[in-house]
Design a protein around this ligand. Structure first.
Ligand SMILES: [Fe+2]
Length: 191
């Protein structure tokens, strides 16, 4: 009897291995009216923003879980709302890379190699430090997104420009506003 039985009767082929069929950092040819170089450049910039957005999403979840104190409930809710909106951006950015013929960064360990956002402590920070950390992550992404949006527009990539401006920048600016207003030292009870 052979050691390799051919699956039959609905038996799935398990434990399969195969070659990588497209390397990270490459783009395949797609007929979308954009040059190879423009698509390569956009994918590289998009993957940087994508990696940082995945980290921002994870930071929001971490802080959603770890907040404490008198404002626990409202922060717990708003941080989760922002996390959900960042997760939508993650998907939009990744699918933009794919629609340009590229390979989106997906594995969290690969994300960790690409991100420019500093790693937080594994433990719990005080709330103002948590919120400051999130604001700095937002600004890192916003600076990158503004620069990338302008450069991809010069190369004719209007779709990537639109994604960065209409979704990444607009969402990031709004979320930064909500965070920053929590750091205003204003009286709660007596003026
Ligand atoms: Fe939750």
């Amino acid at each position: 009897m052979s050691t390799h039985t051919i699956p039959g009767n609905g038996q799935p082929w398990l434990h399969q291995k195969g070659a990588v069929i497209q390397e990270f950092g490459t783009v395949k040819q797609f007929p979308i009216g954009l040059s190879h170089d423009a698509r390569m450049y956009a994918c590289q910039r998009l993957n940087q923003v994508l990696a940082n957005t995945q980290i921002l999403y994870a930071l929001y979840k971490k802080h959603h879980w770890l907040v404490r104190g008198a404002t626990f409930y409202q922060l717990h809710l708003v941080l989760d709302k922002h996390a959900g909106e960042q997760l939508e951006l993650v998907d939009a950015l990744a699918e933009r890379v794919q629609s340009l013929g590229g390979v989106a960064v997906g594995d969290p360990r690969h994300v960790a190699e690409i991100t420019s956002i500093p790693r937080p402590p594994d433990g719990v920070e005080e709330i103002p430090a948590m919120l400051s950390r999130l604001l700095e992550a937002h600004e890192t992404i916003l600076v990158q997104a503004h620069d990338a949006a302008a450069r991809v527009a010069e190369l004719g990539d209007d779709g990537t420009n639109d994604l960065l401006v209409s979704q990444v920048i607009r969402t990031g600016e709004l979320q930064a506003w909500f965070l920053a207003e929590h750091l205003v030292d204003t009286p709660l009870v007596r003026a």
